[in-house]
Write a protein that binds this ligand. Structure first.
Ligand code: AP5
Length: 206
């Protein structure tokens, strides 16, 4: 489980861990963005919350995660990115996993608030495969094009400065208390430094 504020690197590290351990990377943010771009029922329900930087209601998110974790590819393990985000979600996850809940590695990626905006404003995401780039820190070889699948890169709608500030506030109010819920089980990992360095720190914890 990767916890941390916006821009901490949850998605970047989730993708790397997924490749390294060959287990699925489950990002509730990505699932929601996919639903919004398809314009399906979930997307229609989630869009207004996401645009404002608010949390999507617990009931919707919990249902998404229940369905995703029941899939065959999660049997060997999985990486949760951006879930849980409220104490209610954390409790539901415990109920869902039952005995296995004790085996979760709870990893909190710390990032100094001054770095958040820089990370988020430079982020670009692949339309096709979701790979993450940064204009300065991890640019694609060819501007605007994904190295992996050749699709176009885009900037997220919720990455404007005012929405990011709102997401940081929501994180501090609703999500940070989860660290208290997990208590001593939380492994703190410093999110500053090169992507590979952070990756090594997380692997060390796992
Ligand atoms: P979500 O997509 O989860 O957004 P977030 O938590 O704000 O996190 P980000 O995706 O912005 O950052 P990240 O930590 O993944 O950083 P990244 O690796 O991309 O959620 C979006 C919205 O969906 C929410 O606001 C909410 O509305 C809704 N939602 C989602 N889950 C929900 C839930 N459980 N309950 C309710 N609502 C939910 O890195 C950022 C940039 O920095 C990238 O460009 C990357 O290349 C770069 N970078 C990463 N690491 C480094 C490094 N070490 N050095 C330099 N650059 C780096």
């Amino acid at each position: 489980m990767l916890l941390g504020p916006s821009g901490a690197g949850k998605g970047t590290q989730g993708e790397l861990l997924s490749q390294f351990y060959n287990i699925p990377w489950i990002s509730t943010g990505e699932i929601l963005r996919d639903a919004v771009s398809k314009g399906d029922e979930l997307g229609k329900a989630a869009r207004a919350y996401m645009e404002k930087g608010a949390l999507v209601p617990d009931a919707l998110i919990i249902e998404i995660v229940k369905v995703r974790l029941s899939k065959e590819d999660c049997k060997r393990g999985f990486i949760l990115d951006g879930f849980p985000r409220t104490i209610e979600q954390a409790k539901e996850l415990d109920n869902l996993l039952k005995e296995d809940a004790k085996r979760l590695k709870v990893i909190h990626i710390n990032l100094h608030p001054s770095l958040i905006l820089k990370r988020i404003c430079g982020r670009r995401t692949c339309r096709g495969c979701g790979t993450l780039y940064h204009l300065e820190f991890s640019p694609p070889s060819s501007s605007g094009i994904c190295d992996k699948c050749g699709s176009v890169l885009y900037q997220r709608e919720d990455d404007s400065e005012d929405v990011v500030r709102k997401r940081i506030e929501v994180y501090n109010i609703n999500t940070r208390p989860i660290l208290g819920y997990y208590g001593e089980r939380v492994h703190e990992v410093e999110g500053e430094g090169k992507i590979e360095e952070v990756f090594e720190r997380i692997k060390g914890v796992i």
